[in-house]
Design a protein around this ligand. Structure first.
Ligand SMILES: Nc1ncnc2c1ncn2[C@@H]1O[C@H](COP(=O)(O)OP(=O)(O)OP(=O)(O)O)[C@@H](O)[C@H]1O
Ligand SMILES: [Mg+2]
Length: 268
C-alpha cells in the first residue's frame, strides 16, 4: 500500500541529508516500526509521507506511492485531499497538537467538516463513535469538554480518534506514547493493536524505543544517520540483529528485557 523508493531529503541549512536514500514498504494491515537515534530522520520520513515537508526549505527526490498515487510530487490540492482522507497523523505531544479553545469533540469532527458532506449532526455522531472506539468513557459528555479538562492519556486518545474518524488507510504515529507514563503507554499500545486488528488500518509507528516497538510491530526498520541500516521481522531484528547499530540499540534496553532476549539466544 505504501511504497517509498530512494527518498532523499536535504534541508538547505544543513550539510548532511536528513534522509539519505531510503526504501520502505508498508503492506495492507501491517504495523511497521521505525526506530533509531535522535536526529536519524524518522520524523522527516513521516513528514514526507504526510505531505508536511517544508518544501521551500529543502531539496527532495525519490518516490512515495500510496496505493499507486504519488505523494511526494503531488500538487498541494491533491495532497490535501489524499492526506485528509487516506492518512491520519498522531504526534508525540497531544497538548500542543490540540486547539485549547476548541471543544474536544469538535476537534475530532473537524476533519469530517473539511473532507465530507456530512451535516453537523452526522459529524457529531461519527466523532462520538470514534471517541468510543478509542475507549474514551462517556464520549457524549467528553465531546463538549476542552482539552485542558482531559488527562494526557485521554488527550492522546482524542488525537487518535481525530486521526481515525475518517477511516484512513494509513496511520502515522510519531512517538505517540513517549510523553505518557508507562501504564498509559501500555494502554495506548494495546488500543493501537486492537484498532489494527479490528479495522485493518496500516500503521507506521515511530519510536526510539525498540522495546515498545517489539510489543506492537510485526516488522521493524532501523534508521541511522538518514539511512535504513536494517529491516526485518521484529523477531529477527530483536533476537538476531545484524548491524552493529541495531545491536547497540538492543543493548540499551533495560536488563530484564535484555536477559530475556539473550535467553532466546539472540543478542551476542
Ligand atoms: N525543518 C528543518 N530544518 C532543518 N533541519 C531539519 C528540519 N527538520 C529536521 N531537520 C534535521 O533533519 C535531521 C533528522 O531529523 P528528524 O527530526 O527526522 O530526526 P528524528 O529521527 O525524528 O529524531 P528524534 O528521535 O529526536 O525525534 C536532523 O539532523 C534535524 O536537525
Ligand atoms: Mg522525531
Amino acid at each position: 500500500m505504501l511504497e517509498i523508493r530512494d527518498l532523499h531529503v536535504k534541508f538547505h541549512n544543513r550539510d548532511r541529508e536528513a534522509v539519505a536514500g531510503i526504501d520502505l514498504t508498508i503492506e495492507d494491515g501491517e504495523i511497521l516500526g521505525l526506530v533509531g537515534e535522535s536526529g536519524s530522520g524518522k520524523t522527516v520520513t513521516a513528514m514526507s509521507i504526510a505531505g508536511l515537508l517544508p518544501r521551500k526549505q529543502c531539496d527532495y527526490r525519490g518516490d512515495i506511492f500510496l496505493n499507486g498515487e504519488d505523494l511526494l510530487h503531488a500538487d498541494r490540492k491533491l495532497l490535501r485531499k489524499i492526506h485528509g482522507k487516506e492518512i491520519g497523523v498522531v504526534f508525540q505531544d497531544p497538548m500542543s497538537a490540540m486547539d485549547p479553545l476548541m471543544k474536544v469533540g469538535e476537534q475530532v469532527a473537524e476533519v469530517l467538516r473539511i473532507h465530507t458532506d456530512l451535516d453537523a449532526a452526522a459529524r457529531r455522531e461519527r466523532a462520538i463513535r470514534a471517541m468510543a472506539q478509542v475507549e474514551l468513557q462517556e464520549p457524549e459528555k467528553l465531546y463538549d469538554k476542552y482539552p485542558h479538562e482531559l488527562s494526557g492519556g485521554m488527550q492522546q486518545r482524542a488525537m487518535i480518534a481525530s486521526a481515525i474518524v475518517i477511516e484512513p488507510a494509513l496511520l502515522l504515529l510519531d512517538e505517540p506514547t513517549t510523553a505518557l507514563d508507562v501504564t498509559i503507554q501500555a494502554q495506548i499500545l494495546k488500543l493501537l493493536k486492537r484498532l489494527n486488528q479490528e479495522s485493518g488500518i496500516s500503521m507506521l509507528f515511530i519510536s526510539h524505543n525498540l522495546n515498545v516497538v517489539r510489543k506492537l510491530c510485526a516488522r521493524v526498520a532501523v534508521m541511522q544517520k538518514g539511512k535504513i541500516v536494517e529491516t526485518g521481522t521484529t523477531e529477527q531484528v530483536f533476537y538476531h540483529p545484524e548491524h552493529p547499530y541495531t545491536k547497540h540499540l538492543i543493548e540499551a534496553i533495560p536488563t530484564r528485557e535484555l536477559a530475556r532476549a539473550m535467553k532466546a539466544g539472540g543478542v551476542k
